[in-house]
Ligand binder design. Structure first.
Ligand SMILES: CC(C)(COP(=O)(O)OP(=O)(O)OC[C@H]1O[C@@H](n2cnc3c(N)ncnc32)[C@H](O)[C@@H]1OP(=O)(O)O)[C@@H](O)C(=O)NCCC(=O)NCCS
Length: 175
């Protein structure tokens, strides 16, 4: 099986959500039951990399996906070097709410591709509606190591998850 060249928006009629497995039940559950609903009610958007061949049920398997949503943070949660020029009211950011790669294809560079696509997508949106940074909530230490590799910095821990950020100024240097 090979994957398509482009990330596309989740379409529950075309994409087989039921077979997606990244090894983390929270993310599997999200793509299978909530991602499409969240899009319908207008609170997030999920982009995915489909397989190039359809399954016997006529749908395309999902190799990787990311989910984005608008959000905000308080400047107190940022390191001083980044916070001092910000206002005291909530600061707009983009939330990279989910990122996951199909289990069998992990550790082959697809996570890097998916993260790059997500950053590129958000960088494009930033031209129309500016945000200060992109934030992520890491499920575990492994996810934290993954994001650290790409320049995300830890902000704080909440509910067992580490929240990290990367300023758009830093993202701008990537594209
Ligand atoms: C995290 C995840 C998206 C990474 O995808 P992947 O395809 O396995 O990652 P890649 O093969 O593209 O690796 C990219 C880089 O990150 C590193 N990396 C990948 N997983 C890592 C981990 N668990 N810990 C540390 N580094 C890691 C790789 O070594 C690689 O570095 P390199 O470019 O220097 O070789 C994937 O493992 C996944 O879906 N995990 C389950 C869901 C999850 O935890 N998502 C994060 C939610 S917050």
């Amino acid at each position: 099986m090979t994957w398509s060249k482009e990330f596309v928006e989740l379409d529950k009629k075309r994409h087989d959500r039921s077979t997606f497995d990244c090894g983390e039940s929270e993310l599997n559950n999200f793509i299978q039951t909530r991602a499409a609903k969240h899009r319908e009610i207008g609170i997030s958007r999920t982009m995915l990399l489909p397989g190039s061949d359809s399954l016997p049920n006529g749908k395309y398997p999902i190799y990787a996906f990311y989910t984005i949503a608008p959000s905000s943070i308080e400047r107190e949660h940022l390191p001083e070097a980044w916070s001092k020029k910000l206002p005291r009211y909530p600061v707009p950011v983009f939330l990279l709410a989910q990122i996951a790669v199909y289990r069998e294809y992990q550790n082959k560079g697809l996570g890097k591709v998916t993260l790059t696509k997500a950053l590129e997508y958000l960088w494009g949106i930033n031209f129309h509606m500016s945000a200060f940074a992109i934030i992520v909530d890491c499920l575990n230490d492994k996810a934290e190591s993954f994001y650290l590799k790409y320049g995300f910095k830890p902000m704080y821990k909440d509910n067992g998850k580490i929240r990290m950020f990367i300023p758009m100024k830093v993202v701008s240097k990537l594209f």
